[in-house]
Ligand binder design. Structure first.
Ligand SMILES: Cc1cc2nc3c(=O)[nH]c(=O)nc-3n(C[C@H](O)[C@H](O)[C@H](O)COP(=O)(O)O)c2cc1C
Length: 234
């Protein structure tokens, strides 16, 4: 039998099946997956006296009665552990006012290493005691987690909306808008060095390293990708 053959399975079995379907990789065109549209959000949590937040793109309203949101967060993120422990979060849609700054600040470094809210000029909190940003976002939605689903690398949290308010009328951004208008274009952002030093650009986020040689163990300070993701500018 062709090993890509996937037997038809009743839908009810798929929902509860502990088995993953047989190999379908060669039938998957990633471009089709990239055509799924996403928003971008700051996900805020608070555990004890620690405030933290990260950027996520997987968030959606899933039901209206009751009003429920689903988010998906990588288990490696500190924010993930904080949400899992406290069962509370603020979801803040990023707006067209956002620059690269909130992405670098909340999406390219972990609250395990830095206090991301240390230099927050003004403190804004919702009734649940969690922070939200004074700019870059257009709304804040406070949620309580009712269910979590272990998806391997990520956890999906299903949550009830407890409070929601609009802050500005600036439109929400999509992932495609971020790629086109906010994320630096690696090659455009960096011109080759004219002096004695060489330049390497991070092909993931556009960070430019300048020096005689790029250290083999170099880690991009913006997006944490390794030296292998850097390209020499010539
Ligand atoms: C554009 C963008 C989209 C991201 N989307 C997600 C996402 O959907 N889920 C997720 O878990 N992390 C996502 N991240 C990565 C986290 O924001 C990042 O790992 C962050 O540094 C984690 O911080 P923390 O450890 O303080 O929670 C995204 C980052 C960026 C820049």
């Amino acid at each position: 039998m062709d090993d890509t053959f996937v037997p038809l399975t009743p839908l009810s079995l798929l929902y509860h099946s502990p088995f993953t379907p047989k190999k379908t990789r060669n039938m998957i065109d990633n471009k089709a997956i990239f055509n799924i549209s996403y928003g971008l959000f700051v996900l805020v949590a608070r555990q004890g006296e620690k405030d933290n937040a990260c950027i996520i793109n997987v968030a959606q309203q899933v039901t209206s009665e009751p009003l429920q949101i689903a988010i998906c967060v990588n288990k490696a993120n500190l924010t993930h552990d904080m949400v899992l422990k406290t069962l509370k979060f603020n979801l803040c849609p990023l707006s067209e006012e956002a620059t690269m700054k909130p992405f670098q600040h909340f999406g390219f470094q972990s609250g395990r290493e830095v206090n991301k809210f240390a230099e927050c000029e003004q403190e804004f909190r919702t009734d649940n005691g969690l922070l939200y940003l004074p700019k870059y976002i257009n709304s804040v939605i406070s949620c309580v987690v009712t269910k979590s689903i272990d998806l391997g690398t990520h956890t999906m949290f299903i949550a009830r909306v407890m409070e929601a308010k609009v802050l500005t009328d600036s439109p929400s951004i999509t992932y495609a808008y971020y790629q086109q208008h906010i994320k630096p274009k690696p090659m455009a952002a960096a011109q080759p060095s004219s002096g004695g030093k060489k330049k390497w650009v991070c092909e993931v986020c556009g960070y430019v390293y300048e020096g005689d040689e790029l250290p083999a163990d170099f880690i991009c300070p913006w997006c944490k990708h390794p030296a292998s993701d850097f390209k020499l500018l010539e």
